[in-house]
Design a protein around this ligand. Sequence first.
Ligand code: HEC
Ligand code: HEC
Ligand code: HEC
Ligand code: HEC
Length: 161
Amino acid sequence: MKKTLLVLVAILFLFSLMTSADYVGSKKCKMCHKGDKKGNVFEKWMERAHSKAFETLKKEGKEKDPACLECHTTAFNKGGYKIGDPNNVKFEGVGCESCHGPGSDYKKMSIMKDKAKSIAAGLIVPDEKLCVACHDPKKSDTAKPFNKEEYFKKIDHVYRK
Ligand code: HEC
Ligand code: HEC
Ligand code: HEC
Ligand code: HEC
């Protein structure tokens, strides 16, 4: 009985490894989400604070402090930024996937064109709850209180009517 249970758990674990999406980095989103016709989504992100969040840590000499990396990188220790990983450059700062979820399964054109399919493949349409996971003054005194209206306006990159 115990054995069958263990085998079942092992199978479920392997299955979850097979189906969970991977973080690919913001550059992979750039090719389809840049330029005037596409609302300059990538360019807007580059100009604003989130893309520069790792630079901020460097300026403070804190780029190796796990207590800071959690909110100043993408998916820290959750499939994105990981101390000592050669892939880290892709995950410096608060990337697209910090808010939209890991992109490996939805980034294909055939999936992306279809919102329902994209969501089924892991795309997140973010709401306030997602923001306050990092914008939480209780977790860090660098995180100021979150003003929903003001803060959503500041990061706005919606271009379709
Ligand atoms: C091969 C091209 C391609 C790539 C790569 C791509 N996208 Fe898209 N994405 C699209 C298209 C096409 C749409 C549909 C809207 C449009 O035409 O602008 C879309 C829509 C979206 C939407 C809006 C969903 C909705 O309808 O509300 C989000 C969010 C999004 N993409 C995020 C990302 C992120 C994050 C990445 C990188 C991980 C990414 N995309 C990579 C082509 C792409
Ligand atoms: C992974 C953590 C994380 C998430 C999720 C996140 N943020 Fe941020 N945000 C940050 C960090 C870190 C900074 C500071 C970046 C810097 O200046 O170094 C920041 C800065 C900002 C700023 C700039 C503040 C200013 O006055 O210039 C705005 C606006 C903002 N975030 C809005 C949002 C919104 C809206 C959401 C949700 C849709 C969100 N953030 C989700 C971590 C996050
Ligand atoms: C719980 C998430 C979280 C943690 C942990 C965190 N930060 Fe932040 N940090 C933020 C957010 C969110 C902002 C943006 C605040 C705003 O403008 O509303 C921010 C802003 C900053 C800023 C100001 C950026 C600017 O130019 O205005 C600095 C500096 C900073 N953080 C450094 C650090 C350091 C150093 C650590 C580690 C000791 C750290 N943070 C840990 C979330 C976090
Ligand atoms: C701080 C969180 C955050 C980050 C970082 C972020 N987005 Fe978004 N994104 C949002 C929110 C919030 C919306 C609006 C969702 C809605 O329609 O309610 C959105 C909407 C979109 C849309 C739909 C635009 C439309 O006109 O409907 C696309 C495409 C998109 N994001 C792509 C990206 C790409 C590509 C990146 C990285 C270059 C990125 N996002 C980074 C939070 C974020």
